[in-house]
Ligand binder design. Structure first.
Ligand code: CA2
Length: 148
């Protein structure tokens, strides 16, 4: 049976280091582990994922633009670009695809500069603070939205 929805999963800068440093803040799961868990859940939900990690803002913007006409929704952890990138926000607004923002940590319970998300106002919603499970909850939420 062919997948019901194509979903672009984007991981922002430094998330390739997950599991190797700062386990107290970001947990001990590697990015590969998160991608495996997402892929397993995607199978259960009968959706297909296209996954990319990049340390470069422009590459993330290119991927978001490229999703138009190819994907039905976007699941993104913009990492530090959450708090700085008007370009990523504008790209998400421009493609007008339902987008769910996820974070491993609770960005509202850390340094004040992490509280602001440029992306949140153009996202369907934001899930943070559940470690690797934030991604799985985000995928479920996005698929629910797409089913409507
Ligand atoms: O909690 C999240 O998921 C963040 O998006 C992670 C970003 C941070 O800038 C955001 O405020 C919240 C940082 C990702 C860096 O990941 C690392 C992983 C291991 C070691 C060092 C950094």
């Amino acid at each position: 049976m062919s997948a019901r929805f194509q979903i672009l999963v984007l991981h922002g800068p430094n998330l390739n280091l997950l599991g190797t440093r700062e386990p107290g803040v970001y947990g001990s799961t590697t990015l590969e582990g998160i991608n495996e868990a997402l892929t397993e859940l995607a199978g259960e939900l009968n959706v297909e994922l296209k996954i990319l990690q990049s340390n470069h803002e422009g590459a993330l913007v290119d991927a978001i633009q490229g999703a138009r006409g190819e994907c039905h929704g976007i699941l993104i952890n913009p990492a530090a670009y959450t708090h700085t990138s008007v370009a990523i926000r504008d790209a998400v607004a421009a493609v007008a695809l339902p987008t769910v923002e996820v974070h491993l940590s609770n960005i509202h319970a850390r340094e004040p500069f992490r509280e602001q998300s440029y992306l949140a106002p153009v996202a369907v919603g934001q899930i943070c603070g559940f470690g690797a499970d934030s991604y799985l909850l985000g995928l479920r939420g996005l698929v629910k939205r797409l089913e409507k």
